[in-house]
Design a protein around this ligand. Structure first.
Ligand SMILES: Cc1ncc(COP(=O)(O)O)c(C=O)c1O
Length: 429
């Protein structure tokens, strides 16, 4: 995303800071890259948990990308954005470990394919009156996230049906009058591309071995996890080996089954990570005195915090940082810590999953400068919160022709109070 400093400064005056800025061109480039991997029995879904903005969902819908949703409301959001329902195979998949809130009702009413992660979920579907097709999420016994808390397969992962329990789960599905039409696994991105490749290849073999247990199988999903290079977004993994791998997987499964087996993928971050930045304003720069252990730091204090972008605080994730001087002047670089406004010591953007403070060599900003946190489009706005009663920051869209639109406004106190009842309601219990 190319940012024109003057425009960014004037935008910050119009919408206030912090704000999220999406770049349509970057998003469309990423969608085209994923589309290039599909066709010929290979279909992509967008794991919309990464970014549920209607504008983004509409881009997916226009490009023929289907949806992986995690809640009843995500399904409804996808439909609201124009995703079609009721088509075969269903263009919306529901993947969650537990049905909560309106999820069961929405699945039943809207004809969504449930991707179940435990045998108990079959019983729940059945009790709710569902007797259609299902997908089963399996825990293949291996997998690797970008950090431990993102491990999505293996003995320490809560996700999916353990592969040794699959035959029994298949019997329960049949006894409930349902059919398993899809098998699914999501093994996480892992830190190395070779690892992703090996894991996906292994997963394809696991699926092939399971074909006899699932005679109605129409498709398999290899999940998401295509990594994004946060440290240098100009250097990305080559996708062509994945194209070959997906095609081989489809061929292998279709041959083994004696009928066409669709292969699905469901990336989240790769679609959207680079398509959005979070822009904050520097309030001031201050320093602590270095003690005898050498601890001490220079802090650039910004108005964006982990209520906006929680990934660094939650996983120690790295985001590139850029300083935009408000007066066009030069700024000297030195190692600094970038921290937010919250009364939480962990409200720091320059950190990793082991150290709270990882000072980074950056131009030392001045009060009023803008600070841009790059590659914030995946699990950025989506994971932002109302902690400290700070309303969510506005989202702004930069179109390819240079026009800029507000796509969600800054949340006000009235938004935060909306679900609170003026007069407490007696529940008669
Ligand atoms: C089931 C499932 N599919 C897809 C994804 C998307 O993963 P990523 O954003 O790493 O591509 C996730 C992420 O948590 C997931 O849980």
């Amino acid at each position: 995303m190319q940012l024109d400093p003057a425009r960014l400064l004037s935008l910050s005056k119009t919408v206030g800071t912090p704000f999220w800025l999406y770049c349509a061109k970057t998003l469309r480039k990423r969608i085209a890259e994923i589309k290039h991997l599909t066709g010929d029995g290979i279909q992509a879904r967008f794991a919309m948990k990464a970014c549920p903005a209607t504008k983004v969902l509409r881009e997916m819908q226009r490009a023929g990308i289907w949806i992986d949703a995690v809640s009843g409301n995500e399904i409804l959001r996808a439909l609201h954005a124009g995703q079609s329902k009721g088509q075969q195979p269903p263009s919306i998949l529901y993947t969650s470990d537990v049905f909560r809130d309106n999820a069961l009702q929405v699945i039943l009413e809207q004809g969504i394919l449930p991707n179940i992660g435990s045998a108990g979920m079959i019983e729940e579907l059945s009790r709710a009156g569902y007797s259609g097709d299902v997908s089963i999420r399996i825990n293949p016994g291996f997998g690797h996230g970008h950090v431990n808390s993102c491990d999505t397969g293996g003995p320490s992962s809560k996700h999916g049906v353990w592969f040794a329990d699959l035959a029994q789960t298949a019997q329960r599905v049949e006894a409930a009058g349902m059919r398993v039409v899809m098998l699914h696994a999501h093994i996480g991105s892992g830190p190395r591309f070779e690892e992703l490749h090996e894991n996906l290849d292994r997963l394809a073999s696991e699926f092939a071995a399971l074909l006899p247990i699932f005679p109605h199988l129409q498709g398999v999903s290899l999940g998401g996890g295509i990594p994004h290079n946060y440290r240098d977004n100009t250097q990305q993994i080559p996708l062509d080996p994945l194209k070959t791998l997906f095609a081989k997987c489809r061929e292998r499964l279709s041959e083994a089954a004696g009928r066409e087996i669709r292969v699905e993928i469901e990336p989240g971050r790769y679609f959207v990570a680079s398509a959005c930045v979070l822009v904050g304003r520097v309030a001031e720069v201050k320093a602590t005195q270095t003690n005898e252990k050498g601890q001490g730091a220079t802090f650039a204090m910004v108005d964006a915090g982990f209520v906006d972008l929680v990934r660094p605080a939650m996983y120690g994730s790295y985001h590139g940082i850029e300083v935009i001087p408000h007066d066009g002047g030069a700024r000297e670089s030195q190692p600094i810590v970038v921290a937010g406004p919250l009364c939480e010591s962990g409200d720091v953007f320059t950190r990793d999953d082991a150290e709270l403070l990882v000072p980074r060599e950056l131009p030392v900003p001045k009060s009023g400068d803008l600070l841009v946190l790059r590659d914030a489009g995946a699990y950025g706005y989506a994971m932002s919160s109302n902690y400290n009663s700070i309303g969510r920051a506005p989202q702004v869209w930069l179109e390819e022709d240079g026009s800029i639109e507000l796509i969600s406004r800054r949340e006000s106190l009235a938004d935060l109070l909306k679900a609170e009842v003026e007069e407490p309601i007696a529940l008669g219990l």
